[in-house]
Design a protein around this ligand. Structure first.
Ligand SMILES: C[S@@+](CC[C@H](N)C(=O)[O-])C[C@H]1O[C@@H](n2cnc3c(N)ncnc32)[C@H](O)[C@@H]1O
Length: 262
């Protein structure tokens, strides 16, 4: 669910309701239909205009779709669902950024079934490495099975456990990364940002990408914010007030913020 997909669904509902009403100006109906088509067609158009995903990425997406996540029981973490997977356009954007930055060391916080991790790994040069943090051991094992069958999967090292503890260990080992992708629990975003900025994990010239920073439009359009909405609104405000960095929030999917040292 993204601001655009929510908007498209709302416009579709309105167009249907108004379409069935007698006496409504046909011009108004036609304009509403135009607005619906504009919103509903954006994501498919972005996908058509973006380089296709690799067969290995398509396989992860298909294998993820084949799981009944709602029925899958996991005592160890919050529920997982298909919509967590970033997908084609965002995956290609991350892959593009890894290449653009010339990253050789990438850190992902929140891996799920491994789609974005593999997308970024595909852009790494020979010898490049990606560390992916994931809380849920079952989904981490799922991703590792997919990586084992992917040409670039051997560049990925999976760290299972709470990401904050993993970040502490990586920092203690003096590891640093050219690109960091934050996409785990929204309530943890500020802690992850601080850990990455405060402990040397972000290399000089490095970039942080943060997912879901539009949070379905909640920060500016919700009458009442969910816990995740509040967490993202607080994260965005803290980031905007941090003089150490500069950032831009791109309206890609559910929002992707790019951050670099000022
Ligand atoms: C939105 S999904 C990641 C999607 C993935 N980046 C992709 O694009 O396909 C968020 C993931 O973060 C994991 N997660 C949640 N809390 C975490 C934590 N404290 N430490 C590490 N991973 C966490 C969840 O188990 C879930 O798999």
């Amino acid at each position: 669910m993204t601001p655009v997909s929510i908007l498209a669904a709302k416009l579709e509902d309105l167009a249907e309701r108004i379409g069935g009403c007698d006496g409504v100006d046909p011009q108004l109906k036609a304009e509403l239909e135009q607005a619906r088509a504009l919103a509903a067609g954006l994501d498919p158009y972005l996908s058509r205009c973006t380089t296709p995903e690799s067969p290995a990425l398509r396989a992860i997406a298909e294998r993820t779709r084949a799981v009944d996540w709602e029925r899958r029981a996991s005592g160890s973490s919050a529920p997982l669902h298909q919509g967590m997977l970033s997908g084609h356009v965002e995956g290609q954007a991350l892959k593009f950024l890894v290449a653009l930055v010339g990253a050789t060391r990438v850190l992902e916080i929140g891996m799920f079934t491994g789609y974005s991790a593999l997308a970024m790994a595909e852009a790494l040069p020979a010898g490049g490495e990606l560390v992916a943090c994931e809380l849920d051991p079952d989904v981490a094992a799922f991703a590792e099975r997919c990586f084992a069958e992917s040409p670039s999967g051997d560049r990925i090292e999976v760290e299972v456990g709470p990401a904050l503890a993993t970040l502490g260990r990586l920092a203690a080992d003096a590891r640093s990364f050219d690109l960091v992708f934050i996409d785990a629990d929204k309530g943890g975003y500020l802690d992850y940002l601080r850990a990455v900025l405060d402990t040397g994990l972000l290399a000089p010239g490095g970039v942080i990408c943060v997912d879901n920073t539009l949070l379905q439009g909640q920060p500016w359009a919700a009458a009442e914010l969910s816990a995740n909405g509040k967490a993202i609104a607080a994260f965005n405000a803290a980031l905007a007030a941090d003089p150490r960095v500069e950032q831009v929030l791109l309206p890609l999917r559910d929002g992707l913020t790019l951050v670099r040292w000022a």
